[in-house]
Design a protein around this ligand. Structure first.
Ligand SMILES: [Zn+2]
Length: 118
């Protein structure tokens, strides 16, 4: 994983979108990654230091991958590594793991009302 580069990219995108306004909130959707949200949050806050997003709140939306079983048709979110290699429902190993392996800056909140706020 490249959490540092990831965090910097998210911050860079947010700063660009803010167009000079102060960023007070970031909503980031993370698909598929088995990463520690606290690490990502901290990485974003570190990357945001000294930018208009320095005081931003970070809201992570984690979207786990899903596994689809060809044996029983079960469709389930992947909650652990075992579920990626065998169906949690019937134990079948003919499974497909699907789902985003993407990180998307879903939305930002900017302080458009001038100074004040938090
Ligand atoms: Zn199954």
């Amino acid at each position: 994983m490249h959490e540092t580069g990831l965090s910097e990219a998210i911050v860079a995108a947010a700063v660009r979108r803010a167009a000079g306004r102060r960023v007070t909130g970031l909503r980031v959707r993370i698909g598929g990654h088995a990463i520690d949200p606290a690490v990502v949050t901290q990485g974003i806050q570190v990357a945001a230091a000294g930018t208009v997003a320095a005081d931003t709140a970070v809201d992570l939306v984690l979207e786990p991958m899903t596994v689809r079983c060809h044996d029983c048709g079960h469709d389930a979110p992947v909650t652990d590594h075992l579920a990626m290699v065998a169906c949690p429902e019937c134990g079948g190993v003919d499974v497909d793991v699907t789902g985003g392996d993407d990180v998307v800056l879903e939305s930002i909140t900017v302080d458009g009302a001038g100074p004040g706020g938090r």
